[in-house]
Design a protein around this ligand. Structure first.
Ligand code: GLC
Length: 635
């Protein structure tokens, strides 16, 4: 039975206020452990002992009733997810009604004209109206990748990507981030976020390292609390469906085993024993199921040579039966077509393995006709179809879509709000990891200091936000609303201080200052395009470090989706800070550099001396990184 007894703590948020969380500094706020108990008590006290079994029985009765009235075509329509741009003259949007399409998504960067919350609500409602005009009027689910806030949408609050949140180790903070994100997603009419990624990264050459909370499963297990924030009390305002992804072992693929052209490790093969898979990659999903996660997204990757989308043992026997997952499994983008074989084989194999909804995402008609033919040929049992559709309908009932199918502007004021940005700023503060601080060059004096700021990522909002921001891959430059790290430094430095900015200063330009702050790192990427065989600093950043650190005391801040190889220059730096991908609130970095907040972050991933050390793990014999997992200094 769904773990309704452990109702999500999201409800506590109704009692507390966001500002009360944001105002208390991380030093004074109790760590999550104490809050956990408090949250539990408040939850049960706050909502009373609603009889979970009666909730369950009501849901099941509604599902059985509707399922009994559905045709095979209508059932298969519910199992179909199409991308919003798949509708055109050949595939008109009226297909949503005529085929009973169960879900539509925005792929990364797939946004309506204007890309405002109002434009999103209008788009989703237009699709919904067509869905409701079908024979049975079953509402559709609209999904998007709100993976660090609703990053696709202009003006959204963009939080640190998961690896930075992993450095905070603060589940309560992450739960609030889930709630704030859910409000901003709701403000756009979207029902479902394809988040959190509960991947446990093992090799940072992987382009999705920053989507992981860290290399040890306990971080993702603890920070799966974001699901409570996303889902709150299902069906109540501001509550959205979450998707625990990518099930299972996506972070453990072996370098060089990618099956996708031009990728090096993403979507590759996780070559581990079942014991290792269960110990290292499964625990976060177990926690997600216990929290009542609504959906799980299957992984592109393979386990010991078999694609996850074809793994009946892991999808059905382990996730659904052993762990008791009651929601539905959605495939990844075109992922069933990575199963070796022809299309009918790919369709029947993935559905029989336990996939309940297929993110086609474009050619939805061939998918529908193929699956129907497979059922009629007896290759896919009607009972498998009924199980898949029951799971989908149950989540639509649970989240109130039948009662409230259309969008609401209830949270329009929350979108990109000051309160959310203050929460993001706090998350940035807690994500920073102090790796070196020689001669106490930090914290910076906020008065009477001549400061030089340099580096490619000092004044680039796009680089500090990273992938999944406005576009799938993200982009450099000022593409949304926020504060760069340089702007934060300028706002924090005292009146009698001076702050100069030279992106790549010469040695001469670097002299005459009390301190130099060199903000280096990566440009944005997402997924396989972010796979790298090596992880050097960019040449212009190397030059900036050499010139600034050669001329004055220097602080190097690394803004990247993962540790970079900087061993050959670390001795020239007085201070070194890992800032990961902080998102839109760069002020949070300045807060800590000037000592308004202390460092609390701990490395969520090993910082290697050289690329040849990868994959590197704290329990490896001879483990000898530049900075070990869990390392982090304080003032
Ligand atoms: C992508 C990703 C997945 C994302 C989905 C929809 O390929 O693997 O994380 O949710 O497609 O954008």
């Amino acid at each position: 039975m769904r773990h309704l007894a452990r109702l999500p703590r999201g409800l506590v948020m109704a009692a507390a206020t966001l500002s009360s969380l944001v105002s208390c500094s991380s030093e004074s706020g109790p760590r999550d452990a104490e809050r956990e108990d408090t949250a539990e008590e408040s939850t049960s006290a706050f909502i009373g002992a609603e009889d979970a079994a009666s909730l369950e029985a009501k849901l099941d009765a509604r599902v059985r009733d509707l399922l009994a009235r559905m045709t095979l075509d209508e059932k298969i329509g519910q199992m179909t997810q199409a991308e919003r741009t798949s509708f055109n003259a050949t595939n008109p949007t009226t297909d949503i009604r005529d085929y009973g399409i169960g879900s539509i998504l925005s792929g990364g960067g797939s946004t309506p004209e204007g890309n405002t919350p109002e434009a999103w609500r209008k788009m989703v409602d237009e699709f919904q109206k067509l869905a409701l005009s079908s024979r049975l009027g079953i509402p559709l689910l609209y999904g998007a990748d709100a993976v660090h806030g609703h990053g696709n949408v202009y003006g959204a609050t963009v939080f640190p990507h998961n690896l930075g949140l992993g450095a905070s180790r603060n589940a309560n903070l992450v739960r609030w981030i889930g709630r704030a994100t859910a409000e901003e997603v709701s403000a756009t009419g979207v029902h479902w976020t394809f988040s959190p990624c509960l991947c446990v990264v093992q090799d940072e050459r992987w382009g999705r390292s920053y989507e992981s909370f860290g290399e040890e499963p306990e971080i993702a297990t603890s920070l799966s609390a974001i699901i409570d924030g996303y889902q709150g009390l299902p069906g109540r305002p501001g509550s959205i469906l979450a998707a625990a992804k990518h099930y299972v072992g996506d972070g453990g693929t072996k370098f060089g085993t990618s099956t996708t052209e031009n990728y090096l490790i993403d979507q590759g093969d996780t070559q581990v024993s079942e014991a290792e898979l269960r110990a290292r990659h499964l625990p976060p999903f177990k926690a997600a199921v216990a929290r009542g996660v609504s959906t799980v997204m299957a992984s592109f990757s393979s386990w010991n040579g078999t694609k996850m989308h074809a793994q009946k043992y892991l999808l059905t026997d382990v996730l659904k039966k052993e762990l008791g997952f009651k929601g539905f499994i959605v495939s990844d983008w075109h992922a069933i077509e990575q199963i070796p074989g022809d299309y009918p084989y790919q369709v029947r194999t993935s559905i029989n393995a336990g996939i309940d909804m297929v993110m086609v995402p474009f050619d939805y008609k061939p998918f529908i006709t193929t699956l129907k033919a497979e059922v009629q040929a007896g290759n896919v049992a009607q009972s498998r179809i009924d199980d898949a559709v029951s799971r989908i309908l149950r989540e639509k009932f649970r989240f109130g879509l039948f009662e409230h199918p259309y969008s609401s502007d209830r949270y329009a004021d929350s979108f990109g709000s000051k309160a959310h940005r203050a929460l993001a700023r706090k998350a940035v503060q807690e994500s920073l990891v102090l790796l070196k601080n020689e001669g106490r060059v930090l914290p910076l004096a906020s008065h009477g200091t001549r400061i030089l700021v340099a580096g490619t990522n000092a004044d680039d909002l796009g680089n500090q936000a990273g992938g999944w921001t406005i576009t799938w891959q993200g982009m450099s430059g000022h593409h949304t609303m926020g504060t760069t790290i340089l702007e934060g430094i300028r706002q924090t430095a005292g009146k009698r201080s001076t702050v100069d900015y030279v992106k790549t200063p010469t040695a001469e330009q670097s002299s005459g200052y009390d301190v130099g702050i060199v903000v280096v790192g990566e440009t944005p990427y997402a997924e396989g395009p972010g796979d790298r065989a090596d992880l050097p600093l960019r040449a212009e950043d190397q030059a900036a470090i050499d010139n600034v650190c050669g001329a004055t005391k220097c602080v190097v801040v690394v803004v990247s989706g993962r540790p970079l190889i900087l061993t050959d220059r670390v001795n020239t730096m007085n201070a070194l800070v890992a800032a990961w991908l902080p998102g839109t609130e760069g002020q949070g970095v300045a807060d800590v550099l000037f000592g308004r907040r202390n460092f609390v972050g701990k490395l969520p991933i090993t910082w290697p001396k050289s690329i040849s050390q990868l994959p590197s793990h704290k329990d490896d014999p001879g483990y000898d990184p530049l900075f070990p997992y869990g390392f982090g200094l304080k003032y």
